[in-house]
Design a protein around this ligand. Structure first.
Ligand code: RP5
Length: 261
């Protein structure tokens, strides 16, 4: 846990409190654990400017006008009523670059195609402007927005691809090992998958916009898994497993239909 958070912390973050693997779980002892409390000025200014209507919570949790609920588990709170990261210690307290106390919800589209030229499965990826890493074209859930709406909106904004997603497309809901995570604020996402016909994919007019500086199809292989942002490889693996099962089922149905009684 916290592999990316620990090894790829954003530049503006203070150093994370050194933790051994067996000190991450809150139930395990961690002698003298004293993480620096850090919330970015960007986050504090956002609340100062926009109040409860902006994307950032007040720094004083007692002023929160909402309940803090996670997709993962029931949350526990510290002596100052701040939510505690259910996946364990991260070495930094506060919210870092994240606006919300507790889970910060995102939506991630996983769009794949079987490349007729290579016979391999490709994934639609963007290059993020903030860290230059290749990633799913996802983003934060806006106020009063359903995650499936976020997924379509972010896909359109970052790649110019227009697709609608339904509950049946959801392949992942849970924690994201994101470099911005802290002991009191972390990412949770919903990932939804669509496998597109190759000919249809050729009609897409790909264009990188918003938080993306590049967009392209990349073959799904170990090299891609090694470089994808945050937990995106794990989310794509769930989608690929579902795709393989679907293809297997279709092949079995074809064979069965040919068997004469
Ligand atoms: C990741 O950060 C999520 O999986 C999602 O892709 C992304 C949302 O953050 P922004 O792209 O809005 O920075 O944890």
């Amino acid at each position: 846990m916290h592999i990316k958070a620990y090894t790829e912390t954003p530049n503006q973050y203070p150093e994370r409190f050194p933790l051994a693997q067996n000190e991450v779980e809150w139930s395990k002892k961690c002698e003298g654990y004293a993480p620096i409390d850090f919330t970015s000025k960007v986050v504090l200014n956002q609340f100062a400017q926009s109040g409860q209507n902006g994307w950032a919570d007040p720094d004083d949790v007692s002023m929160l006008a909402r309940e803090i609920i996670s997709l993962i588990s029931e949350l526990t709170f510290d002596e100052n009523n701040r939510p505690i990261n259910p996946m364990g210690r991260t070495g930094i307290a506060g919210r870092g670059l994240l606006g919300k106390w507790g889970p910060n919800f995102a939506g991630d589209p996983i769009v794949t195609r079987t490349n007729a030229a290579t016979n391999k499965v490709d994934l639609l990826v963007i290059q993020r402007k903030d860290c230059l890493q290749w990633a799913l074209p996802g983003g934060m859930v806006d106020k009063d927005e359903a995650p499936l709406e976020t997924i379509s909106r972010e896909l359109k904004e970052e790649t110019n691809v227009d697709l609608k997603f339904t509950d049946k497309d959801i392949v992942y809901q849970g924690y994201v090992d994101d470099m911005r995570n802290t002991d009191n604020a972390w990412m949770e996402t919903t990932g939804a998958h669509k496998h597109i016909d190759y000919k249809e994919s050729l009609t897409f007019e790909l264009s990188a916009n918003d938080d993306a500086q590049d967009v392209r199809w990349e073959e799904i292989n170990d090299e891609l898994f090694d470089k994808l942002f945050a937990s995106h490889s794990k989310i794509v693996k769930f989608a690929v497993a579902g795709l393989i099962l679907k293809m297997l089922n279709e092949s079995i149905s074809k064979v069965v239909s040919k068997i004469k009684p």
